[in-house]
Design a protein around this ligand. Sequence first.
Ligand SMILES: [Zn+2]
Length: 308
Amino acid sequence: MEFYVGWSHSDAIFSNYFSDCPMLVSAVPDNRGTIKRFLNKPKRIMIDCGSVYYVKQRERPKLKDIFNLQLSIVEECDVDIESIQMVHFDEPMMNKVLLSEKYMAMERTLFNAYEYINLFKKTGLPNKFEPVGVIQGYDLASITYSAYELVKMGFKNFAIGSLLAKHYKTQIDFIKCAADIVGANNLHVFGVTGIPQMHAMVDIGVRSFDSTRPTMAAVFFQVFYSRPFRTYIIEKSHAKPSSARLNEPLPCDCPICLSNPADLFIPSPRDYSKLRSIHNYYHLRIELNDIRLKKGGEGYALSNVLRT
Ligand SMILES: [Zn+2]
């Protein structure tokens, strides 16, 4: 199971520190022109449509405009990039209350998927470009319906979204339901934050997931450590102590701690939060790797830290 780190233009450049670092980037205007400045570019990338950004705008973007923005982001990557997954626009379900609104969001997402795969086929991109169909539903019946419709349209790769506000057991039921229809090894899970979900996804055998948790935790003054996985709040922050506080670094071999571990404990400005996110990413990867190994899967190459 691959871990795509959710990335946007103001975040740390994870791939400058880790040679193997799949990334999820949204096709929003501020992300244009950013990847070309990376020292080490991602080998595998997923580009979504930035639905959460665009639904706040007055009008939905034109399909062709978003598609072109996605392609321009790919052009900034190296020519030998291995895998490019491109995701169509999904109508977010989070703010929908009535059943009729949720149903309409699902139908709208399916219509977008249909338009997108047609445009994708017409464009005739090389094989390493893969269109991803978004499975979206509010119960098992709608998840099932949505998954079958996408299969009929010809999608081979799928992602399941709109899980965020749900209880983690419901999230796992939805993921299982989708995986049963499209095949777990063709399924990506959007926006995962919890360790229990990571265990369940490894059991189910899903292909990949993405998370912005290393960055979000760093912004909220949290530092991760692994073996065992735990979270601390840095002593100097004014954040409410939802976790134990820590006032000095523990032993760590991440690229930040190898040079200056005390930097993790400087609350702001943003540059220090970025350093914390690199450290957090390192430990979340170790935790995920250990989960995979414990369950009999293959581990990642954890030694591939770029020593800069
Ligand atoms: Zn560290």
